[in-house]
Design a protein around this ligand. Structure first.
Ligand code: ATP
Ligand code: MG
Length: 626
């Protein structure tokens, strides 16, 4: 591991020199005079004095060298549409939308809220916003009015960009009525709303406020809008965390640091040279979508595939068909999605030959070893790369860094710290942390380029939320629990407040879930700690079986035996409940907190981010509560 280790060490020990080199990956209108300003910890300013533009780096600079290459390849299995935009065409579209936004009064520093389905116009709107020095806030299209309203109030956008509707599983999902209701709820209303009409659902435009995209575009067809050169530290966007653990935090991103970190990560972590193709199955409403559907691939001159649809339609081979037909080299998805595929006929995984697909990156929640093994076997030659990060970090904190060194992977581990992240395992009582000992995963500031600069409009919350956990040192707290083995591989054990204390033994929910998932009958599961008068807490498991007809005492005892064998009887669930659906956020994360609350007879809390409320009804049913 010499090459990895040297590279990593240099990023920490020769920080400024390291990041000065990486900065050469992008264009600067004015080069930075200082690489890292950490004079006001924990705040950090990267590339001070530098002036640049995110849209210039993602689009304009590629037009001369790769103008005819496909930049954005849109595929929708919902509307049976497929459109390719070359860098030249993308440039023209972004110029038009930039002019449209300016005509609606958007200027430097103004916020533009984008509430859009997965269509190219959403990407045009993001790039156009940063082109003119404005700040976007993309809100996931699946959010209902109340969630949208709180995000409107927090960012106070001058303009909202939206559409008539999205499509999911062949059904039209109207956006406009939700948007109207959200604006009614919001305390501060946007002046104008720009609406792209997909003609999926009739929509009434509100006179004086709503503007039709196509009509406005027609008047700006030949537009050429110069990029606004902004300070490196100028905010490029706001993005809210998934809200798994409470009120979402508005992560604020800078411009120069993000452009450098993302371009660099495309080369070194995702191993893509300019011109190659990436397929990221996330949604532009999440950080993975921001960084690896939109900015990373475009900054690096790649072709990015934008997919509107689900992994199962028209059949469960659709993703692999897309990879095979488009020479996808690097794919990025989530463990949740792979577990969905695992429940389907395995033949779908074998239908397409995938000689070009080198890497499948998976992030967002723990990738249990059985699932990692399953997808690795199913895909044959493709390397499966677990990577760990957060909305806050903007790019991976832990991952193999293939192009630095192709280090061997261990299933269940996101490998090692990524360059720039000074990862520290911190025990809660301050004692030294040995191999395989559980501790809190923290990062010693300054956070590297690309990570959040602050919480939007709330510097105090940034400091107190993230840096206030430890008395002796202001470390950035990820609120995740981890171990490092003797070879230096990290393992994520779950969120720090999901730890279960059974008769004095501290067990991560993830450890127990992983053991349960080790049973061949199980497709997925959630384990929570439930208060117990005798033991303090006991683990309770909610299990989705591959074949639901197997639910019963035989399966229960088989699962108990697996847990006994993998961890020990101490971790054996006090109860195993069978359900067919688990409550998750819309970004695919288990809502353990809500399950736990129900199991303890408490209120499940804020559920605005839940994907399918009927999953909660199943939990209640299993627990025998009305
Ligand atoms: P909120 O902070 O609002 O509660 P959230 O933490 O779910 O929401 P994200 O930023 O989308 O929002 O998710 C980051 C979290 O996802 C990480 O802190 C970690 O708990 C989990 N996670 C991400 N990648 C991995 C991974 N590879 N293995 C294990 N857990 C992961
Ligand atoms: Mg979080």
């Amino acid at each position: 591991m010499g090459a990895y280790r040297d590279h990593y060490r240099r990023s920490i020990e020769a920080r400024d020199e390291f990041w000065a080199d990486e900065a050469k990956l992008i264009d600067w209108q004015t080069p930075p005079s200082q690489i890292c300003d950490f004079s006001r910890p924990p705040f950090v300013r990267w590339y001070v004095g530098g002036r640049t533009n995110l849209c210039h780096n993602a689009v304009d600079r590629h037009v001369a060298t790769r103008g005819e290459q496909t930049a954005l390849h849109f595929i929708s299995t919902e509307t049976d549409a497929e459109v390719k935009y070359s860098y030249r065409e993308l440039h023209a579209e972004v110029n038009r939308v930039a002019a449209m936004l300016q005509s609606l009064g958007v200027g430097q520093g103004d916020r533009v809220l984008i509430y859009m389905p997965m269509i190219p116009e959403a990407v045009f709107a993001m790039l156009a916003t940063v082109r003119i020095g404005a700040i976007h806030s993309v809100v996931f299209g699946g959010f209902a009015s109340a969630s949208l309203a709180t995000r409107i109030d927090d960012a106070q956008p001058k303009v909202i960009v939206s559409a008539d509707a999205g499509m999911r599983m062949g059904k039209v999902v109207p956006y406009k009525p939700l948007l109207d209701a959200a604006i009614d709820l919001a305390a501060k209303k946007p002046a104008r709303v720009l609406l792209f009409d997909r003609k999926l659902e009739p929509m009434a435009l509100k006179a004086g406020r709503d503007v039709d995209w196509a009509a406005l575009r027609a008047t700006h067809h030949e537009a050429a809008v110069p990029v606004a050169w902004v300070d490196s530290t100028h905010p490029s966007y706001i993005l809210y965390t998934s809200g798994t653990t409470g009120r979402p935090k508005g992560v604020q991103r800078d411009t120069g640091g993000y452009a450098v970190a993302l371009t660099s990560s495309m080369r070194k972590v995702f191993a893509l040279d300019p011109g190659e193709t990436m397929f990221c199955t996330s949604d532009i409403g999440w950080v993975v979508g921001h960084s690896y559907i939109v900015y990373g691939p475009l900054l690096n001159g790649n072709t990015t595939i934008m997919y509107e649809g689900v992994p199962l339609r028209p059949d469960p081979a659709i993703w692999w068909k897309i990879c095979a037909e488009n020479n996808v080299k690097t794919m990025f998805s989530s463990p949740t999605a792979i577990r969905v595929l695992k429940k389907q006929d395995p033949d779908y995984m074998k239908r397409h030959k995938l000689p070009a697909l080198r890497y499948l990156f998976l992030a967002g929640e723990p990738l249990d070893e059985p699932t990692a093994r399953w997808v690795s076997d199913a895909l044959g030659g493709t390397a499966i790369i677990d990577n760990y990060w957060q909305t806050e970090s903007g790019w991976p904190i832990l991952s193999a860094q293939i192009a630095v060194e192709d280090t061997p992977r261990k299933f269940g581990s996101p490998s090692f710290p990524v360059y720039g992240f000074d990862v520290v395992l911190k025990s809660e009582d301050g004692s030294a942390v040995g191999a395989d000992q559980k501790a809190v995963l923290t990062i010693r500031p300054p956070l590297p380029p690309g990570a959040l600069s602050t919480v939007w409009g709330d510097d105090e919350r940034f400091v107190s939320t993230y840096f206030g956990s430890f008395r002796d040192e202001a470390l950035y707290n990820t609120f995740d629990w981890a171990t490092r083995d003797a070879d230096g591989y990290y393992f994520i054990l779950g969120r720090t407040d999901d730890v279960i204390n059974v008769a004095g033994h501290r067990l991560g929910t993830r450890e127990i879930e992983e053991a349960v998932q080790g049973n061949a009958l199980v497709a997925e599961c959630a384990v929570v700690g439930v208060a117990d008068s005798l033991k303090g807490q006991v683990p309770v498991a909610f299990v989705v079986l591959k074949d639901p007809s197997q639910a019963g005492d035989a399966a229960r005892s088989a699962i108990a035996q697996t847990v006994d064998r993998e961890i020990g009887a101490i971790a054996r669930p006090a109860a195993v409940h069978f359900v067919t659906l688990l409550p998750k956020t819309r970004s695919g994360k288990l809502l353990r907190r809500s399950i736990q609350a129900l199991a303890e007879g408490r209120d499940p809390g804020d559920l605005t981010t839940i994907e399918d409320p009927s999953a909660l009804a199943q939990i209640k049913g299993a627990l025998g509560i009305a």
